[in-house]
Structure formats: C-alpha cells, structure tokens
Ligand binder design. Structure first.
Ligand code: GLA
Length: 387
C-alpha cells in the first residue's frame, strides 16, 4: 500500500510519530437516482478511488487536520460550544466530529492527515468519502469500533445539518458498506440491503464530463422541496403516503393533475425510477445485461426530461456511448448538473470505448474527458496499523 505508507511519512513530517491509516471509497450509482431522499431504492457500487486518512490520538480534545489536497491546516476543539460552518473543506471532517459527539460518542482529540483521490465536484461522492473516512478514523482513534450503518447515518446528518446539503443516505451508506466486485441494492427507508455480484465480462466505465456541478447544492435542495410539495398535495387524496416511495404511477395520474407541471414531472421521475431499480435488480439476477442497460438509458431520459438535472455535456456523452458496440447502457450518475456518466461496457470493448468517447467528446466540446475504468471496491476500512 504505497499510498498508505506515503501518507504515514507525511504525517510523521507534520506531526511527528506513528499513525494508523484508514480509507473510505467514493461511489458510482448504477441506477436509482434522486430516489434516496424519497425513501426509495438505489443501486450503487463503491469505487477504487479513496479518501485516505492517517490518524493518531492527542492527549487533549483538539482535532488538527492537514489536507494534502489543499495544503492547508485547520484546528478545532471538540469542546467548542458553538461550532460554525465555514463554507470550507474542513466543514466535512468537523461536521462529522461534531455529529458523532452529539450522537453520544465521546472522542479523543486527534491529529489527522488527509489525502483525497476522488475527483472533487464530479458526482463521485468525494464528500461522503471524506466524511466516512473521518468518522471511522475518529472512532478507531478513540478505541471504538464503528457500526457501519450508524456511521453512514451520522455522516449523512453531518452533511445535512452542518454542511447544509440535504443529501440522502446513498453515498455515505455505500462508502461504509460497499463490497468488492458487487453492487448494493439499498432500501433507503428500512436500510435493508442486498449485495449482488457484477457478472464477469462486464466493466464499469466512468466518464467525467469535466463540467463541475458547482450549482448542484441549491438546485439539489430545490428538487427535494419539489418532491415534498408533491407528497403534501398527493397526501390530500392518499392520506397513508409518507413519501413518493408510497405512490404508484397510477396514483399520480389519477390524483396529480392539479400539481404544478414541474412538480408533476419530478414526481413521475422518482416513481418510475423506483420501478426501474426493481427491474434492474431482477435483470442482474438473470444475467440479462441488455435489459439492465436499457433501464439505465431510460433512467437517463427520465433524469433529463422529467427531473431536469442533466446538462448538454452529459447528454452528449450518453449519446456517444450508445453508438459504440459493446455498450449495454449509459446514464448520468450522481446528483447531476455536470459530473460523470456511468457506462456498462463489455470488457473486451473498453479500449475502443475509451478511444472513441475521448476523441469525439473532445472534438464536440473542446474538453478532454477523464475516463476511469473502475472496479467495485470494499467500503471503509483500516489499512495498516501503527509502524
Ligand atoms: C447526491 C446525493 C445523494 C443522492 C444523489 C442523487 O449524490 O448525495 O444522496 O440523492 O445525489 O441520486
């Protein structure tokens, strides 16, 4: 583990002394987009891009954080009675520390050195990776073993309440509970999940449009509100519903005609996307990759037309992918407004895919896409013990 050793060396230069290393992965979502905060279903995989943290305990209640990516150091006290968000990368580790303490986990102070590999602002959950890695490291550093499901919930709460982004549970959950070679189907209401192996002969290829989703925070929270408006309205006719997860397409057609047009469309995306996740799970079980790919492409159309979270560059990447032999399906992945597409590609066609998408996207947009041939990876873990 070169990465781990290098980070331990840096830690030693910065703080002196030995450290333990932890890492948490980013993720790619195969299908089930913008369903998690509607109590629905998602199917992500963890990917082999990680946030790495070297950590060692301190004898006081301070946390010192060094970021290799930003070449910056931040320090805070776990006893600060009024911790404030700063609109800064350090809100993520700090938010997690604060939320763990609020949840009753008394932490030891810590020195941390962080190195993130997940590309920022690309829809691959660099935020969840830093949250989960920090939470796991701070717990281990305090002699505690993390309950992974609870850790995912704490990290989501940190992002919702401290950072101010009202994300669902998907990213933190997969960063905690992912398994190498597998996708995870999660019920975001009950948090029950099933792991399904990715069949041999197929590769996950992620294409980064290089459009950063800067505006995603505001637009994302707006989509969430539109879904809530839809639920409140439909509950007037269907008092038993709690979330769009409880609504069928028939219900929407029957009772939704009084909804604002956009809200109606947002609801239709979420409802049909939940149905697609169930169908995709069945297709995977039967080894029917063509059907799985068809559902991915339908999901993209729904995100583009009904949910309005795609952009011209993502649409172009998807349509380029569809022209290439050996591509089962392609869609935008993550929150949208830029970021990446996920492509399910026959393994022996990956080289051709890379070439063609690379050249044609660059020709059309002037941007050189980054293309990651990705493996489904394990969730958060300790990498080495102190040297
Ligand atoms: C972001 C959020 C997730 C999820 C996706 C969209 O990644 O963090 O909770 O809502 O967008 O599916």
């Amino acid at each position: 583990m070169i990465q781990a050793r290098k980070l331990q060396e840096r830690f030693h230069q910065i703080y002196g002394g030995p450290s333990n290393v932890y890492r948490a992965p980013g993720r790619v979502n195969l299908i089930g987009e913008h369903t998690d905060y509607n109590d629905g279903f998602v199917m992500p995989a963890a990917i082999n891009f990680y946030t790495w943290i070297a950590a060692a305990p301190r004898n006081d209640r301070r946390v010192c954080v060094h970021s290799e990516n930003f070449s910056e150091d931040v320090e805070f006290s776990l006893d600060d009675p009024q911790p404030q968000r700063r609109g800064h990368w350090s809100d993520y580790p700090r938010g997690v520390a604060v939320t763990l303490e609020q949840a009753g986990c008394r932490l030891r102070g810590a020195n941390l050195a962080i190195h993130g590999e997940v590309p920022l602002g690309s829809g691959l959950s660099s935020s969840a990776a830093i949250e989960v890695a920090t939470g796991y490291a701070l717990l281990a550093n305090s002699g505690r073993t993390a309950n992974l499901v609870k850790l995912a919930q704490v990290c989501q709460r940190a992002e919702n309440e401290f950072v101010g982004m009202r994300c669902g549970i998907m990213d933190q959950f997969i960063s905690c509970c992912g398994k190498a070679g597998h996708v995870l189907r999660l019920d975001c209401r009950t948090l029950e999940f099933r792991l399904a192996p990715l069949p041999p002969g197929v590769t996950l290829v992620i294409v980064n449009s290089m459009v950063r989703h800067e505006l995603a925070g505001g637009e994302y929270n707006k989509r969430r509100e539109e879904c809530e408006v839809g639920v409140r309205y439909l509950a007037g006719h269907l008092p038993q519903i709690r979330a769009l997860r409880d609504v069928t397409l028939g219900d929407l057609e029957r009772y939704g005609s009084g909804l604002p047009k956009d809200v109606y469309r947002r609801c239709r995306h979420v409802i049909t996307e939940n149905v697609r996740v169930a169908a995709a799970e069945a297709a995977l079980e039967h080894g029917d990759l063509s059907e799985f790919g068809r559902l991915m492409s339908e999901s993209h159309r729904s995100l583009r037309d009904d949910y309005a979270v795609s952009c011209s560059e993502l649409d172009l990447l998807v349509s380029l992918a569809h022209k290439i032999d050996g591509v089962y399906g392609a869609r935008m992945t993550g929150g949208g407004f830029g970021g990446c597409t996920i492509n399910l590609v026959q393994s022996d066609r990956v080289a051709d895919f890379r070439n063609r998408v690379g050249v044609e996207y660059q020709r059309a947009t002037g941007r050189t896409p980054e293309i990651y041939v990705s493996q489904a990876a394990d969730g958060v873990q300790a990498v080495t013990s102190a040297n």
